[in-house]
Design a protein around this ligand. Structure first.
Ligand code: C5P
Length: 203
């Protein structure tokens, strides 16, 4: 789902991601027999049966929780980054609620870039493809775009160093129960036509 970046104790910046795709993938993986840990942003979705859930709010918390899970000693085979992680956080969130002032001008916020969780995980030694064919952490990213899906998804796959990038059209997926996907890997692209997120996750 989304992350939430605080401005002050009662306000923040977030996005329209619902978390439905990520939860559907967690459910499908569990149904296929996997042990699943779901690091979830602030979403009101029920935890899929048998899935271990870790709740976080901000991108920084999501990064910390994800790295802690991967560090916990369990052997993971697949990492799927479906979250719409906020690109930026407010440099200095106010400890107190910001108040309106008489000159009718709002506050000026400055931003810092958040850590890229997917790129960080994909750079870990355990995520490097092994020449002897042994297992490694297979990383999957999601790329939400408004246009030029193939180009952006393929660029992002290379930039983040992941074997599989899944492209989708942001405004057509955020909050919806259905979606259509474009899988981009080293072999090329594969379209998965519109279907429910549960069906897409299973495929
Ligand atoms: O660069 P962009 O946000 O479009 O990349 C999307 C992919 O990168 C998604 O898989 C998303 O979960 C991941 N991502 C991340 N940490 C960020 C930004 C994006 O893991 N700070």
């Amino acid at each position: 789902g989304p992350t939430f970046e605080a401005i002050d104790p009662v306000r923040g910046i977030t996005n329209l991601s619902s978390g439905k795709m990520g939860f559907a993938i967690a459910k499908a993986a569990r149904r296929a027999g996997a042990d699943v840990t779901l690091v979830a942003g602030p979403v009101a979705l029920p935890t899929p049966r048998g899935v271990h859930r870790v709740n976080v709010v901000s991108a920084q918390e999501m990064a910390n929780a994800t790295l802690a899970v991967l560090d916990s000693g369990s052997m993971f085979n697949v990492f799927v980054g479906t979250a719409a992680v906020a690109d930026w956080r407010v440099t200095q969130p106010s400890a107190e609620k910001l108040k309106k002032n008489s000159n009718r001008v709002g506050p000026v916020l400055s931003f810092l870039e958040n850590p890229d969780i997917l790129a960080t995980v994909a750079r870990m030694p355990c995520a490097q493809k092994k020449t002897d064919g042994s297992k490694y952490l297979f990383c999957v990213g999601f790329s939400a775009e408004t246009h030029a899906l193939e180009r952006y998804a393929s660029e992002k796959r290379k930039r983040k160093g992941v074997p599989l990038m899944v492209g989708n059209i942001g405004p057509l997926t955020f909050g919806q129960d259905e979606n259509a996907l474009l899988l981009v890997d080293e072999m090329g692209t594969t379209e998965i036509p519109k279907a429910s997120k549960d069906q897409l996750a299973t495929r």
